[in-house]
Ligand binder design. Structure first.
Ligand code: BJ8
Length: 425
């Protein structure tokens, strides 16, 4: 950290010793995993800076926003509409949940066989190491998978500002009506929190701001179709992770800048991996910061990840919201339309997701798909079996992996992934 933020962290109630321990692991890991890569786009320097200041400058900015009267809302799912938060003078940040922390304490509250993502969200709270969580004026939970919806019942006792959003599990007329009514309820809750009434102008502006950042990542994704790949999967994943907590306009500008650079690389025919390196599409559970385990193994084995069918990736960012409505009601409907298309595995049935995986595999010219499932994640692990069967039927080699955040299975995963990559060569 370039400044001494310790008093800020103390004021937020962080456990400084535990927090030092967390940063003491993160810093060197980032160095070894990210900075050790070769031929990175220069534009990644911005993201390196963001990561080096992830608990420093960005938190200071959020606290400055709070002093100026804005509210901060933390969330755990891509179903929480950033457009509504922004339109009501609030900033939405993703609460990352990508590392194990305070596991012993967590397992006093949650069964051992709970997915790593849910355990991590508890660990960051119990260990008092997340300044985003502690800065938030409202924390939004959502009734998605069974693990999350039951865990929030307990999480409510750990924080005093949890808001739980109900979500449909079936794409039907009733499901859509539920989503609409929950977004209207959320809009009212955010307006009550900020004291700011959403207007047609503020909502349109918010939609445009969020669309711009999504469009920037779409541009980046499209450039990954090139062979040789102009950017590593590790770096592209980082961009998708930073998407959730950076200032939206600055993030958009930084991604556009990288895209300009990647276009020049593609024109010169240069890339980060050799031409014809095996190309992998990753599909499955979200990989939240600092979960870089899978791309690290894949890319050190000589293959390149060219896309993520994931909420930290294309499932989360793929569609834009129509901004042509004239009234708040019309634009709220457009927001419902946009989010209703998110094909999370909590939906039953969920044929759109399989169609999207196939579409992505073709568009990014993937040689194979790795289905990434977190242990104990019923929705994605259940779907991984029919997904694998359907892809294999279309002669798309698929590897199903099931893992967690620990490093214990690194050796075993490496062996399986290397064998899979060999098969693709
Ligand atoms: S829209 S994927 S962000 S719910 S890994 S906690 S599903 S047991 S994260 Fe998700 Fe929203 Fe869906 Fe996306 Fe449960 Fe599975 Fe754990 Fe998961």
């Amino acid at each position: 950290m370039s400044e001494d933020y310790r008093s800020m962290w103390t004021d937020l109630g962080l456990d400084l010793e535990a927090h030092d321990a967390l940063l003491g692991v993160l810093g060197p890991a980032y160095q070894d995993i990210y900075l050790a890569q070769k031929d990175r786009p220069e534009g990644m320097g911005y993201f390196d800076f963001v990561m080096s200041e992830v608990h420093g400058l960005r938190i200071k900015e959020l606290l400055d926003e709070k002093k100026a009267g804005r509210k901060i809302i933390g969330c755990y799912c891509v179903f929480v509409p950033e457009e509504i938060a922004l339109a009501a003078n609030a900033t939405l940040v993703g609460l990352c949940s990508g590392a194990d922390f305070a596991t012993e304490e967590v397992e006093k509250l949650l069964p051992r066989n709970t997915c790593a993502l849910i355990k991590s969200s508890f660990g960051f709270k119990l260990g008092k190491v997340c300044p985003y969580l502690e800065s938030a004026d409202m924390i939004v939970g959502e009734n998605t998978c069974d693990g999350k919806k039951k865990a929030y019942e307990t999480f409510k006792g750990l924080v005093d500002n949890l808001y739980v959003m109900d979500l449909p599990q079936v794409k039907s007329e009733q499901g859509r009506a539920l989503l609409r009514s929950e977004y209207l309820r959320f809009k009212a809750a955010v307006e009550a929190l900020t004291g700011v009434q959403i207007t047609a102008d503020s909502l349109r502006q918010a939609i445009r701001t969020v669309n711009a950042k999504r469009a920037a990542v779409h541009r980046l994704s499209a450039l990954r179709k090139a062979d040789p790949a102009p950017i590593s999967g590790l770096d592209a994943l980082l961009v998708n992770q930073v998407f959730f907590y950076d200032n939206p306009a600055r993030f958009t500008a930084s991604v556009e800048k990288i895209c300009d650079e990647l276009e020049a690389r593609i024109a010169e025919g240069t890339g980060v991996f050799a031409e014809k390196a095996p190309r992998i599409l990753v599909s499955g559970c979200p990989q939240a910061v600092p979960n870089w385990k899978l791309p690290l193994i894949v890319e050190t084995a000589g293959a390149v990840i060219v896309g993520e069918e994931s909420c930290v990736g294309e499932r989360g960012a793929r569609n834009l919201t129509d901004d042509s409505g004239e009234t708040v009601a019309e634009m709220m409907e457009a927001i419902v339309d946009r989010y209703y298309q998110v094909d999370c595995a909590i939906f039953t049935p969920n044929p759109d997701r399989l169609a999207h995986i196939e579409e992505m595999a073709a568009a990014y010219k993937a040689d194979g798909v790795i289905h990434y499932g977190l242990q104990f994640c019923q929705p994605y692990l259940m779907e991984s079996i029919p997904v694998e069967a359907a892809l294999e039927q279309k002669s798309i080699p698929t590897l199903r992996i099931e893992t967690d955040y620990s490093m214990e299975d690194m050796g075993q995963l490496k062996t399986r992934i290397e064998a899979f990559i060999e098969q693709l060569r």
